[in-house]
Design a protein around this ligand. Structure first.
Ligand code: URA
Length: 240
């Protein structure tokens, strides 16, 4: 027996917090009857749990997957205009949820999991894992840009960013390391320095890198890699 919200969280339906709202809105049935109490106990071996009429199966193990996201698809479950990242997930992983997001035109490392609590922890503003991007842009980044990033960029709309690391590579190319996930953040940070981005790829999250994973492909993380992700801590040294 286990709580209904825990069962759904482990099945990778949503984060635990969101699952409560989903249940309260009457979208979940247990053996055909709508249930609105997240704390109700269910028997995962015998009860039939559905969300919006679709049966949810128990997840027997935790899965964390890395995708090399192609450009031209959105990080969403459904979209009327564009292909979604879900179309690149092998069918056995179709219940996984993305951890954070990458923009339509951004390529690179995107994680998925069926562990709602892990996903929630990794995107909490306070615990955001360091994300590394390779960018190609107009102009060449300078020492002044490096200092502006270190002090926290002010975006064109006045939004202030947390301190970030900029490594100029010369010739219109830079590495950017950030610890937050504002909308189009890296593009807007470089644009605020007069360096609009033409190409962006996330190359690492914490110590995890894409390695030689081809574009559009996925692979499961090893248990050691998952452990490392879980033990990521807010590191003050990032902000020196
Ligand atoms: N910053 C961006 O501008 N886009 C992304 O997809 C991620 C970070």
């Amino acid at each position: 027996m286990q709580r209904l919200d825990r069962f759904l969280s482990e099945a990778g339906v949503e984060s635990r917090r969101k699952i409560k709202e989903v249940i309260k809105s009457g979208r979940v049935c247990v053996n055909g009857a709508v249930v609105k109490s997240p704390e109700i106990k269910i028997n995962e071996d015998h009860d039939k749990i559905t969300l919006d009429g679709v049966q949810i199966h128990q997840s027997s193990r935790r899965v964390v997957l890395m995708m090399h996201k192609p450009a031209g698809c959105v990080t969403a479950a459904k979209d009327d205009r564009y292909p979604t990242v879900m179309q690149y997930l092998p069918s056995e992983y179709s219940k996984l949820m993305p951890i954070g997001r990458l923009d339509l035109e951004t390529e690179g490392l995107l994680l998925f999991t069926n562990d709602g609590d892990l996903a929630h922890r990794l995107i909490m503003p306070k615990h955001q894992i360091e994300k590394t991007y390779y960018a190609e842009h107009l102009g060449t980044t300078t020492e002044e840009d490096v200092i502006a990033f270190r002090n926290g960029c002010e975006l064109k709309d006045g939004t202030k960013c947390l301190p970030a690391i900029l490594e100029p590579l010369g010739d219109g190319k830079s590495i950017v390391r950030v610890r937050e996930g504002k909308y189009h953040q890296v593009r807007r940070m470089l644009a605020s320095r007069g360096k609009p981005v033409s190409y962006l790829r996330r190359i690492a999250e914490g110590e995890l890198t894409l390695g030689d994973l081809p574009i559009g492909k996925t692979r499961e993380l090893t248990s050691e890699e998952i452990l490392k992700l879980e033990s990521v801590n807010f590191d003050e040294k990032f902000f020196v």
